[in-house]
Design a protein around this ligand. Structure first.
Ligand code: AMP
Ligand code: TRP
Length: 334
């Protein structure tokens, strides 16, 4: 018998960092799937402010970004009445379980993380926490008896490590944690940079015209899409390896209109109309999100109240799981 209760509904957990502004890739590749998941699964979503601190942050910027991302998630459809939405640092169990995770993961395992190698190569100051970051991520996931973790491909290695940590902990101390599965997003969810369509759309500042931010002015969004890089052969077809720019527009159009990219391609013989329709579909997807966001932003006390309720609900789950782990390793009850 496992030490945990076996639930009938799957528990889903995911996290997103409050660093940089939310972009169309985040929305179509991650957040939209979460919005769907909340209706069928017991869903918990976390704004991971402690993870953001692994690289130097300006305090005022971090504060603003945490509030803004939380409000944007609500505006995008995460409904605090249906799912549990909270800020990581409001639930102290995360930092505490992270210590037990650090004591369970090996230095060698952490050293193999490719994201650490990339980020540490690019930074002047490399914090110890940037190195141990996957231990905190494992704590996030394992604290909620999570069955499924919807994340992008870039997080697959961290998730594998969380599974290994859970397995090792259970092996050493007896069944304590549920071993989670990765849920890599559905097709069409990878949004590429509009100016450099072989690279993922990201919040890097190198390509301001390549990234559509959820809070961009609607006319700038239209402009960015109309200036998207295509190719010279003039044919509209979904073929990501030979026609990355056109295929990216098709997958964006498809994601915004609930079709497959191949279906979206039908009926176009020129790039102009494809760009115009893609721009319109993105604008119509983002318009209601922007208007809900501005209502939420006008009433910060209300979103703070909702986040406090989320944190309280999260602690009701996380508290007993942390106690289980503390007891398993031999810490005295408090
Ligand atoms: P990040 O902005 O890298 O912290 O990612 C937050 C979430 O958005 C993760 O689940 C990513 O996998 C997802 N994501 C980020 N960029 C893209 C993109 N260009 N296309 C699809 N999903 C993305
Ligand atoms: N590391 C993830 C990212 O950078 C964010 C994250 C933190 C996360 N904790 C998590 C994602 C737990 C899924 C589950 O995108």
């Amino acid at each position: 018998m496992p030490g945990y209760a076996v639930a009938l509904v799957a528990r889903v957990f995911s996290g997103i960092q409050p660093s940089g502004a939310l972009h169309l890739g985040n929305l179509l590749g991650a957040v939209r799937n979460w919005v769907e998941d909340q209706h069928t699964d017991d869903s918990i979503f976390c704004v991971v402010d402690l993870h953001a601190l692994t690289v130097p942050q300006d305090p005022a910027t971090l504060r603003t970004a945490t509030v803004q991302l939380s409000q944007l998630l609500m505006a995008s459809g995460l409904d605090p009445a249906i799912c549990t939405l909270f800020v990581q640092s409001h639930v102290p169990e995360h930092a505490e379980l992270s210590w037990l995770m650090e004591c369970t993961v090996s230095f060698g395992e952490l050293r193999r993380m490719t994201q650490f190698k990339d980020k540490s190569d690019r930074s002047e100051f490399v914090s110890a926490a940037l190195f141990t970051y996957p231990a905190l991520m494992a704590a996030d996931i394992l604290l909620y008896d999570t069955d499924r973790v919807p994340v992008g491909d870039d997080q697959r290695q961290h998730l594998e490590l969380a599974r290994d940590i859970a397995g090792r902990f259970n092996g050493r101390y007896g069944d304590t944690f549920v071993v989670p599965e990765a849920a890599i997003p559905r097709a069409g969810a990878r949004v590429m940079d509009l100016q450099n369509p072989t690279a993922k759309m990201s919040k890097s500042l190198e390509s301001p015209l390549g990234t559509v931010y959820v809070l961009d002015e609607l006319r700038d969004i239209e402009r960015k899409i109309k200036r998207a890089v295509t190719d010279t052969d003039g044919e509209v077809r979904y073929d990501p390896s030979n026609k990355p720019g056109v295929s990216n527009l098709l997958s964006i159009l498809a994601a915004c209109t609930g079709r497959s990219p191949e279906e979206a391609a039908a009926g176009y013989s020129q790039y102009g109309p494809l760009k115009a329709d893609t721009a319109e579909a993105v604008v119509e997807t983002l318009r209601p999100i922007q208007s809900r966001y501005s209502e939420l932003a006008d009433d910060p006390a209300e979103s703070a109240r909702l986040l406090a309720i989320g944190a309280e609900r999260a602690r009701e789950v996380a508290g007993p799981v942390l106690d289980r782990a503390r007891a398993a390793v031999g810490l005295l009850p408090r």
